[in-house]
Write a new protein. Structure first.
Ligand SMILES: C[S@@+](CC[C@H](N)C(=O)[O-])C[C@H]1O[C@@H](n2cnc3c(N)ncnc32)[C@H](O)[C@@H]1O
Length: 254
């Protein structure tokens, strides 16, 4: 019926009339969306909004880590610095290690590339916090195998990766910014090494959160219910919790 009406309108009405109908039967009317201060081709902040408050992706990262704070215990390895080990780990953390690919600042205990497992002892860590890092490593499957190998049986990897995101210029100019992920690619990548039953993948964000994040607005500039609405078609952040089985019968990487 709708198709027949469309075809009839196309035959009988001039283009200008058809455009007028489309314009005023859509809401907001086509061409009359008020974009306000977002109407600019450059972002409000190119620094993820960090000078305005908390970047939107960090709102989701911190909510994920707070939810799984009980996993952050024993010997914990974090990438780059140990901010989240200290923030969420509590008294259960026995040893805090920091891995960096190049930097030798005082808090770094392991300098190494996650695509080369020889930097890390096997079965050594109870928890591996890998936030916003996999997008900077070209060989993600090898990186996940390294993480699995370094975890103790029963150990947990808490991982976050970007979906809809700007490029990180700082990282791009050093080791490279290669990827954005989806819940599906994240799941398949982890299932190649961890058993499917030991992996939880969740998505965070929605169209408003994505726009705010891309423009560099801070999480404080949105309402909690605006941030918390989850639309799986607008994945700002993907979180993965993967547990190494007690018995190391992992899936073959090939
Ligand atoms: C933006 S930081 C991410 C970690 C930080 N804690 C966070 O939450 O934002 C980027 C990190 O990627 C790491 N990185 C880049 N390439 C790497 C590689 N091949 N192996 C290990 N780490 C790598 C760098 O050491 C750097 O600390």
């Amino acid at each position: 019926m709708k198709q027949a009406l469309t075809l009839a309108a196309r035959r009988l009405l001039p283009l200008s009339v058809r455009r007028g109908i489309i314009r005023y039967t859509r809401w907001p009317p086509v061409g009359l969306v008020r974009m306000g201060q977002l109407r600019r081709p450059t972002p409000i902040s190119p620094y993820w909004g960090s000078e305005r408050g908390q970047p939107v992706d960090r709102y989701y990262i911190e909510r994920f880590l707070a939810t799984h704070a009980a996993d952050i215990q024993g010997r914990v390895l974090e990438i780059g610095d140990n901010t989240y080990t200290r923030l969420f780990g509590g008294d259960g953390v026995v040893q805090s290690d920091v891995l960096h690919v190049a930097d030798d600042s005082p808090q770094v205990t392991i300098i190494g590339d996650l695509t080369h497992a020889e930097h890390l002892s096997e079965n050594a860590f109870d928890c591996f916090i890998v936030t916003q890092t996999l997008q900077f490593i070209y060989d993600v499957p090898t990186t996940i195998r390294t993480m699995h190998q370094a975890l103790k049986p029963g150990g947990v990897a808490l991982v976050t990766v970007p979906g809809i995101s700007k490029i990180s210029r700082h990282d791009m100019d050093r080791w490279g910014h290669y990827w954005s992920f989806t819940s599906l690619s994240a799941r398949r990548l982890f299932e190649a090494t961890f058993p499917a039953s030991h992996i939880q993948v969740e998505t965070h964000g929605n169209v408003l959160a994505a726009i705010a994040f891309l423009h560099g607005l801070a999480s404080q500039e949105l309402r909690p219910r605006e941030l918390d609405h989850s639309d799986p078609d607008y994945q700002v952040l993907i979180t993965i919790r993967a547990i190494k089985p007690e018995e190391t019968a992992c899936a073959s990487p090939d």
